[in-house]
Design a protein around this ligand. Sequence first.
Ligand code: SAM
Length: 353
Amino acid sequence: MSKALVHPRVDAVGEATARRDGATFLAEVELRGASAAEADARREFAADVARDLALRPKRLQPKYLYDALGSRLFEAICELPWYRITRAERRLLELHAGAMTDSIADLTGVIELGCGSGEKLALLAGGMRRRARPLRVHLVDISPAALDLSARTLATVPHVSVVTHRAAYEVGLRQAATSPLRHGATLVLFLGSNIGNFHPAEADAFFRTVRRALRRGDGLLVGADLVKPEVDLVRAYDDPLGVTAAFDLNLLVRINRELGGTFDLADFTHEARWNAAESRVEMHLHCRRSQQVAIAAAGISVAFEAGETIWTESSYKYVPDAIAARGEAAGFACGEQWIDADAGFAVTLFRVD
Ligand SMILES: C[S@@+](CC[C@H](N)C(=O)[O-])C[C@H]1O[C@@H](n2cnc3c(N)ncnc32)[C@H](O)[C@@H]1O
């Protein structure tokens, strides 16, 4: 597993919010922390790219799709008529927010992993507002753009205080779960079918990690896209407007900009494939002609054959029982499951009994 990205600036801001330290101290921590964290992140990115492009098939990790532009392109994807995940999950949250939050007694804290825009959490928190209960929210995301957007979204919800963690899921979860301010019950959110980006063994490990971080009375809410006809699945990841293609190709733009890569975008095309045997949609970048690509910061020169691909993301599609079984195998009790049959999407609540 790659080393986690922690952004000390965000950490420091989070802690200082709680401790109300002086502005001078904060400014110093921000300046030192930001540059050191950026350098660490860049080194980790370069090492991951060098390792993953040496694999067969070549790969790149999906978390790197989310730079500032990637996060904005993802928000645009959520608006596409062919990508129904966001609207389906939003509908379920609008209809059942009360039941979802009421089922965790004494709920005072929410940790959202991979928060994106924060809009769905705002819906849930809005449901709690009627009871005027204070809610401490930890937003965990690897993308600063997503954190900025979600923190702004949550700022509009009264009775919510926000701490942001620019970090990989596991690291942010650990920071949030060990916060000295944790009291009452905690609900972890993993929405938007983020779980689908994990291969089966990674998904099992993820459930176990969350279970270990939680205590009796806490909960985990997981949104997962369901298996549906191939034509709908492929269209969701290869839309006629080319927004998903731009999202995928932007990873090469990012490597060129941040790591000194020489990818020529005209030589690569986006592909989405349904792998029925593995129950996953795969995104690939298909190379049109044989060539050599250098990536200075990774210290590599990579040979591509014509027709070879880079596998950039998997989105596993579930049946409802399989999600429940995954959580139960990690020691959770499976609570209610809310399903949008029209779009084929499920939100499942797990409890620590
Ligand atoms: C598919 S988007 C979903 C966003 C949001 N949960 C939703 O439902 O719309 C995935 C989000 O998780 C973040 N992310 C992806 N991989 C991550 C990782 N390994 N650690 C932390 N955040 C990650 C991305 O930056 C992005 O904001």
